[in-house]
Ligand binder design. Structure first.
Ligand code: BES
Ligand code: ZN
Ligand code: ZN
Length: 495
């Protein structure tokens, strides 16, 4: 999809559809919408009076051959109450419009800004909404649907800020395309995305965008004594990999912070010997979602060039119940030297993150963020609404939460009290990989990872219930969401 800033008047552009939005219960239309209404001899007002055009959030009203416009269609999207309106809503409006028009054979669209939202932030939100809504995977369908939005013109934005607007559009595009890059990986079935394939794809991306890359194979992993990762990997015939990507700014200050991004990439989680039930097991192809997220973040950072060094460490393996698989009760020695009693082989994410986090610190990371589809418990706590955000010290987490609010991603701070640490003490080793006692599964999982982050400022994002949605939303297809990428990118840019 080509996206262009256009200064021509909207009324003269030959497009298949012109999209704009209207607020709740407007008695009269102002600005461009007023002009459109007059050209249509007051049709919009009469639709509003008749109750067909209410402006309720994401209500869609499609009019064909609108008078006075060169566009073939006019699509009005409801924007809700003006006092509640945010750039996040603009993202949803643009995305909803695209997903509505695409199956109708529309190829060329105009997005008309409203007078209240004409700046760079609005343009960026519209671009992000359009590009993420355009994600679709019919890669494995033999009959393609063959529908494509070819071009989108952004009209009515404040051209006095021309340069800023173009930068905002480019920025939005990079972020949204990086989300789609991650979503493409996350949707991939596990027979086509083994740890080796994921590593090869990460390497290709890194070379394309100019990131440093190193792939650790099973020999190197053994040399580094990553016993926790190897314990999980030993149940599979597919060898594990650790993907290391590096971004370095042009001007490196000595003593400057280094941000470490650690992502769980279990390309398939059967549960291992503590095997999962068959129902929904196919979903466990997305258990590499944390790793996919970090690859998306690194891709975006390669273009957006923050002034901080960033290293991504992505441990990747299958979790299989093969003949050599680890068994409940086994003790593994992690790279840090800590010993782990494996109570449940299905709590494998924290095992591979343990070594991932240790390795990131060994590489010199001074600040850490991990992302993982870690626990079913986070869904119990937060449904698919919020990402569970854990972290220490609290000020570090709070700083991150500011970024989540700035980009409109819902994340909720979760408790890290010491009582949860008590619950992962083992009878025979340093720690156990599941909490004893009842409940608190997301917090005991987080504490397990913190045992390896130690005093390094660290954030853990449990994306198990948010990185994939079973039901599509008007602005987003069902399947992988690309959640957390926008927040982490924003945080790195502000660091
Ligand atoms: N990959 C799962 C968590 C998960 C569940 C992700 C549902 C996405 C959707 C993880 O490895 C796991 O199995 N966790 C266990 C931990 C338990 C054994 C302590 C869980 O949450 O049940
Ligand atoms: Zn598991
Ligand atoms: Zn898992």
């Amino acid at each position: 999809m080509q996206i262009e800033l256009e200064t021509q008047p909207y009324s003269s552009i030959h497009a298949d559809a012109l999209i704009t939005y209207i607020f709740d219960k407007q008695e009269k239309f102002e600005g461009a919408l007023g002009d459109i209404d007059s050209a249509m001899h007051g049709r919009l007002l009469s639709l509003a009076a008749g109750g067909e055009l209410t402006g309720k959030m994401l209500e869609l009203v499609l009019l064909h051959f609108p008078e006075g416009l060169t566009a073939q269609r006019l699509l009005l999207v409801g924007a809700g109450k003006p006092e509640k309106f945010s750039p996040g809503d603009l993202r949803k409006i643009a995305g909803t419009a695209l997903r509505y028009l695409k199956p109708r054979g529309v190829k060329k669209i105009i997005f008309l800004a409203r007078e209240t939202e004409r700046g760079p932030g609005a343009a960026q939100a519209v671009v992000e909404g359009l590009v993420t809504a355009d994600f679709e995977s019919d890669k494995y369908r033999t009959e393609k649907k063959n529908r494509e939005i070819q071009s989108a013109w952004l009209v009515g934005f404040d051209s006095g800020l021309g340069a800023d607007l173009q930068a905002a559009i480019d920025h939005g595009r990079v972020i949204a395309e990086s989300q789609n890059f991650a979503r493409d990986l996350i949707i991939e079935p596990s027979n086509r995305l083994t740890p080796r394939v994921l590593a090869a794809k990460a390497e290709a991306m890194a070379n394309e965008v100019g990131l440093g890359v190193e792939i650790l194979d099973e020999r190197k992993i053994a040399e580094l004594k990553m016993g926790a990762l190897l314990g999980v990997a030993q149940g599979s015939v597919e060898p594990p990999r650790v993907i290391v990507l590096r971004y370095e700014p042009q001007h490196l200050r000595p003593g400057a912070p280094v941000l470490g991004l650690v992502g769980k990439a279990v390309t398939f989680d059967t549960g291992g010997i503590s095997i999962k039930p068959a129902n929904n097991m196919e979903k466990m192809k997305y258990d590499m979602g944390g790793g996919g997220t970090m690859l998306g973040v690194m891709r975006a950072l390669a273009f957006l060039k923050p002034s901080v060094s960033v290293i991504a460490v992505i441990p990747s393996t299958e979790n299989m119940p093969g003949g050599r698989a680890q068994k409940p009760g086994d003790v593994q020695i992690a790279m840090s030297g800590k010993t782990i009693e494996v109570i449940n082989t299905d709590a494998e994410g924290r095992l591979i993150l343990a070594d991932g986090v240790s390795y990131a610190r060994k590489l010199g990371c001074t600040h850490l963020i991990d992302a993982a589809t870690l626990t079913g418990a986070i869904e119990v706590a937060l449904a698919n609404v919020h990402v569970g955000a854990f972290g220490t010290p609290r000020e570090y987490l709070d700083r991150f939460l500011e970024s989540t609010r700035a980009v409109g991603e819902k994340m909720w701070p979760m408790p890290m009290d010491e009582e949860y640490q008590e619950m992962i003490k083992s009878d025979i080793a340093d720690i156990r990989n599941t909490g004893s006692g009842k409940g608190g599964g997301a917090s005991t999982g987080a504490w397990f990872i913190k045992e390896f982050a130690e005093d390094t400022p660290w954030i853990h994002l449990d994306i198990a219930s948010t990185c994939w949605v079973d039901e599509g939303r008007p602005w987003l297809a069902k399947g992988p969401t690309g959640v957390a990428i926008r927040s982490i990118v924003d945080f790195a840019l502000k660091m």
